[in-house]
Design a protein around this ligand. Structure first.
Ligand SMILES: [Zn+2]
Length: 307
């Protein structure tokens, strides 16, 4: 079986030696699309906080091994940014009867999602397709919150904040002493992924809130960027989507079929979205994401018009 995922440490990306970045490449042999996703370890006086558990327990065995120098004397805490497969399927490595037991902290809706029949069905499907998921067992978080949660690590503080839009359970992590924001999937290069029509407004508000924190560095799970400019670009994109969809709806109401062809419908090709971004080529995955973002925005605006 060819190698499907590889994991490595990405030095310097965290901007401080207490922030370690782990990058997982998922490259299934039967597909041209590759996915890269990052997880983080934050090393404080009191805690080692592991933010996201990537694809499988084996990923976490690697990460924990890399932290052998900092774990003695510190409590290990695990945090899920949200329940998606590329962020939380390594959770079972930390089960109470596993090798390394640790509390798993997340939004309460992440608990619901990881216990859902849909999540199990998705796992069953992935396990049939890819060997890398064979040891994954869905494990929901053990400590949940809805508003915000602050971990006082001594030298560093970790503030966990709801950051909905990509998903209702999505959170971000803010480390004020470093002015570092871990945005996970709320920020993405080239464009963020809106979960559904309910996510349109929250996603914009999430990005506005991020900017109000005045971060110096912003890390996101996909796209390898570290700059605040990416948050600004994502926000400008969402605003432009809303404006163009608004203009379109003033002229006509689309049919259900037309809504799925978003970019052509509102005349906003993906190529135009990435025109100002260097080193980006047209990409089938993000072209589809763009169409879907437009569909979500149109549906959101239409429900508002109906009221
Ligand atoms: Zn993701």
């Amino acid at each position: 079986m060819p190698l499907q995922n590889t994991l490595r440490i990405v030095p310097e990306t965290g901007g401080d030696p207490r922030v370690r970045v782990f990058r997982c490449l998922f490259a299934p042999p039967d597909e041209s699309e590759h996915l890269e996703v990052d997880a983080y370890a934050l090393i404080t006086d009191r805690y080692v906080a592991l933010l996201d558990t990537l694809l499988c327990p084996e990923d976490m065995a690697f990460v924990v091994e890399q932290l052998h120098d900092v774990l003695p004397g510190r409590q290990l805490l695990v945090i899920n940014s949200h329940a998606d497969w590329d962020h939380a399927w390594g959770n079972s490595y930390f089960s109470h009867n596993g090798q390394v037991s640790a509390p798993i902290i997340a939004h309460s809706h992440c608990f619901t999602r990881l216990r859902s029949a849909e999540a199990q069905a998705e796992l069953d499907e992935y396990q049939q397709r890819y060997a890398v998921f064979q040891h994954v067992v869905l494990l929901p978080p053990t400590i949940t919150f809805t508003h915000s949660l602050t971990l006082h690590g001594g030298d560093l503080t970790l503030e966990l904040l709801p950051a909905p839009g990509h998903h209702a359970d999505h959170i971000a992590a803010w480390i004020p002493e470093l002015q570092l924001l871990l945005a996970f999937d709320a920020v993405e290069r080239p464009i963020p992924i809106i979960g559904d029509k309910e996510g349109v407004q929250p996603m914009r508000q999430t990005l506005e809130h991020f900017l109000s924190l005045h971060p110096q560095r912003v890390l996101c799970s996909h796209g390898k960027t570290t700059t605040v400019a990416m948050v600004e670009q994502n926000l400008a994109y969402l605003r432009s989507l809303e404006e163009r969809c608004q203009d379109f709806l003033h002229r006509q109401k689309p049919t259900e079929d037309e809504i799925t062809q978003g970019a052509a419908l509102i005349n906003y090709p993906f190529r135009e979205v990435i025109a100002s971004m260097p080193n980006l080529a047209e990409d089938a995955f993000y072209t589809g994401v763009h169409d879907n973002n437009i569909a979500c925005t149109l549906q959101f605006l239409m429900t508002r018009l109906d009221k």
